[in-house]
Design a protein around this ligand. Structure first.
Ligand code: FES
Ligand SMILES: [Fe+2]
Length: 360
């Protein structure tokens, strides 16, 4: 059974990846071809010619049109067929599905579900993006060989940092500190403070704390799969006001998970920080250390996926720290159930040519 939620905005690519060429990418199990029109507008079509199902990405970009590399059928950016070589008649089945897109935060976001529901105002807000005083690292990507829900589990689970990330963003001081959970309509927050403890390795490298620190971890997961982590440190004992946190060492780590298949995930990420905001060398260090951190998750979750596939079991033992991950999975199931009963959209069936109801 599919674990995907279709009616949501997902990062399809960083803006820099989409240009005057045909970029093929699998998103939610579907083949998509992305390109940019001559005026710079991005376009996305199903990467499959309605004639013999040849990948359109193997064809050619001609102006704003894609020409299939097999027999030359040509489509515009909305998927309308504008030319069939050797015939005047363009049958109604000669159409490639197109996908709504919006470009924001240097990324091209795609809507794989019902286009009628694609409200561009619902792309998640990234606070401090572009603000002076906040350093940005973006354009980052990792490929995870695991189902995206194994990653959402991980991204509302601050407890794992003491073990998986002891070389980067965790240390032993957090081992026995409980995690609190809050739930909103479309997000879950797992958080905790670890007080009067040595700074974690990444903070020790980047900041100049004289002694021990109070450290916060706020892990937000917005449905279906956008995570942001507000984490930082202040001098131990300092009152934990927002002003003091902004005056300390603070980062916002955004992780945009786009399911590729049921067992692989595109992991796009960006990072905002309040320390040395304009220092390119610090940005390089952040990119390197955060990549190292996420690769620590990737290695582990690859094994988890393989064991899930081998055993057919997701978890044997439920722990207290699984409260937030379990809530996310329940909320995802509810979204899927809602999509399953939502009014069907009529699309042209590519094989028979008949108009058939579909929820995609
Ligand atoms: S497969 Fe594309 S035109 Fe024939
Ligand atoms: Fe992690």
């Amino acid at each position: 059974m599919s674990t995907f939620v279709k009616n949501a905005w997902y990062v399809a690519a960083w803006s820099s990846e989409v240009g005057r060429h045909l970029l093929s990418r699998t998103i939610l199990g579907e083949q998509v071809v992305l390109y940019r029109c001559e005026d710079g507008t991005p376009a996305a079509l199903v990467d499959r010619c309605p004639h013999k199902l040849a990948p359109l990405s193997l064809g050619e970009l001609k102006g704003d049109h894609v020409q299939c590399g097999y027999h030359g059928m040509t489509f515009d950016g909305s998927g309308v067929c504008v030319r069939i070589p050797g015939q005047q008649n363009i049958p109604p089945t000669a159409r490639a599905r197109s996908f709504p897109l919006i470009e924001k935060y240097n990324a091209v976001w795609i809507w794989m579900g019902d286009p009628e529901l694609a409200d561009t105002t619902t792309v998640i807000d990234v606070p401090h993006y572009g603000d002076a005083g906040w350093g940005l690292v973006d354009g980052q990507y990792l490929h995870f060989k695991t189902n995206y829900l194994n990653i959402t589990d991980n991204l509302v689970d601050p407890a794992h940092t003491s073990y998986v990330h002891k070389k980067t963003i965790g240390n032993a001081a957090g081992e026995d500190v409980g995690v609190k959970v809050e739930q909103g309509d479309s997000h879950v927050l797992a958080w905790r403070w670890i007080n009067d403890a040595p700074p974690v390795p990444l903070v020790a490298t980047m900041a100049n704390f004289a002694g021990k620190v109070d450290r916060w971890q706020y892990y937000y997961l917005h449905l279906p799969s956008t995570s942001y982590v507000d984490f930082g440190s202040i001098d131990a004992g300092l009152e934990p006001t927002e002003a003091n946190k902004d005056g300390g060492f603070r980062s916002y780590s955004f992780n945009f998970l786009t399911p590729e298949t049921e067992s692989t995930t595109h992991y796009f990420w960006l990072h905002l920080r309040n320390y040395h905001p304009d220092d390119a060398l610090v940005s390089d260090d952040v990119a390197r250390l955060m990549t190292l951190t996420f690769e620590e998750d990737a290695v582990l979750l690859d094994y988890v996926q393989r064991e899930q596939e081998r055993t057919g079991v997701r978890e044997y033992t439920r722990l207290g720290i699984d409260n937030a991950p379990a809530r996310i999975r329940k909320m995802i199931e509810r979204l899927q159930a809602k999509e399953a009963v939502s009014p069907a959209v009529h699309v042209l069936h590519p094989v028979s040519g008949a108009t058939q109801p579909s929820t995609v």
